[in-house]
Design a protein around this ligand. Structure first.
Ligand code: KIV
Length: 274
C-alpha cells in the first residue's frame, strides 16, 4: 500500500506486489512512458509498472544513445509520469554517470528522483560494480531495480547493441551479477537481449522477479518501449519487438487529412467557429 498526501491507495502496485506476483505465477506487465498523456493512457489500461526509461533520450529527445540524458531530464520526465499514474508502480532510470562515481552521489541523485520527481523506485544498469551502491540505496529506503545483459549506457564500451551473454563466461558472470543484485536488496532485475535459456536460469535462481526485453518467455514479466510497440518508430525493428499498432501511419494520415482540410478551406466549418 502506498500513500499520496495523507490518502492511501490500496490498489497501487508496489515493489512488494511485483515480488508477490512472481511467487503467485502472475506475469508482470511493464511499459515505458515519459509524459503525462501517454502515462495516463498506459496507467488507465492497467499496466503493472511504468518505467521512465532513459530511452527517452532516443524516442523523446532524438539522441542516438542514452548517454546524453541528464538527471534533470529524467526528473522532468518522471514528474510528468508520476502526475498521471494512479495505479502503476513508477520506476525511473538513473542516467549515465549519476550513480557510478561515488555512492554518496548515487544517494543524492536517487534521493532527488524520489523527492523531486516522486519516483517509487529507481533502475540502475550493471552488476558487481554497483552492488555496494544498490545496498546503500536500499538501506536508505530507495527501492532498486537492476538491469543486466545489454546495458545501453555502456554502448561505447561494448560497441554494439547485439545479443549479450551468448558465451559461457559472460553468461556465468551475468548469473553471478544477478545473485549479487538480489543479495544487495534489488527488488527486481531487467534482463535485456540475452538468450532465452539463460534468462530462464536467472529467473529460476532469483527469488525476486526478472523483467525481460528480448530475453524470451521465461522471465517473470516483460517490458517494451511504448513508442516501439505502438508502431510510432518506423525505423526500429529488432526481432523481439511485437508491434500492437501502426500509429505512425495512422498519425501521418490524420495530419495529411488536416492539411488538406485547411488548404481546401473545409476546416473550420460553420459549427467549428464562434
Ligand atoms: O530505458 C529503457 O527504456 C529501458 C528498457 C528498455 C528496459 O531501460
Amino acid at each position: 500500500m502506498s500513500t499520496q498526501g495523507n490518502r492511501t491507495r490500496p490498489d497501487r502496485v508496489t515493489t512488494q506486489t511485483v515480488v508477490e506476483m512472481k511467487h503467485s505465477g502472475e506475469k508482470i506487465s511493464m511499459l515505458t512512458a515519459y509524459d503525462y498523456t501517454m502515462a495516463g493512457i498506459v496507467d488507465a489500461s492497467g499496466v503493472d509498472v511504468i518505467l521512465v526509461g532513459d530511452s527517452a533520450s532516443n524516442v523523446m529527445a532524438g539522441f542516438e544513445t542514452t548517454v546524453p540524458m541528464t538527471l534533470e531530464h529524467m526528473i522532468y520526465h518522471t514528474s510528468c509520469v508520476v502526475r498521471a499514474a494512479e495505479r502503476a508502480l513508477v520506476i525511473a532510470d538513473l542516467p549515465f554517470m549519476s550513480y557510478q562515481v561515488t555512492i554518496k552521489e548515487a544517494l543524492i541523485n536517487a534521493g532527488r528522483m524520489m523527492k523531486e520527481a516522486g519516483a517509487h523506485a529507481v533502475k540502475l544498469e550493471g552488476g558487481k560494480f554497483i552492488a555496494d551502491t544498490v545496498k546503500r540505496l536500499v538501506d536508505a529506503g530507495i527501492p532498486v531495480m537492476g538491469h543486466l545483459g545489454l546495458t545501453p549506457q555502456s554502448i561505447y564500451k561494448f560497441g554494439t547493441y547485439k545479443v549479450r551473454a551468448k558465451e559461457e563466461e559472460e553468461a556465468d558472470n551475468l548469473l553471478r551479477d544477478a545473485q549479487l543484485l538480489e543479495e544487495a536488496g534489488a527488488f527486481s532485475v531487467v534482463l535485456e537481449k540475452i538468450p532465452a535459456e539463460l534468462a530462464g536460469k536467472v529467473t529460476k535462481q532469483l527469488s525476486v522477479p526478472t523483467i525481460g526485453i528480448g530475453a524470451g518467455p521465461h522471465c517473470d514479466g516483460q517490458v517494451l518501449v511504448l513508442h516501439d510497440m505502438l508502431g510510432l518508430n518506423k525505423g526500429f525493428s529488432p526481432r523481439f519487438l511485437r508491434r500492437y499498432a501502426d500509429l505512425h501511419s495512422q498519425m501521418c494520415s490524420a495530419v495529411k487529412h488536416y492539411i488538406e482540410d485547411v488548404k481546401s478551406g473545409d476546416f473550420p466549418n460553420d459549427k467549428e467557429q464562434y
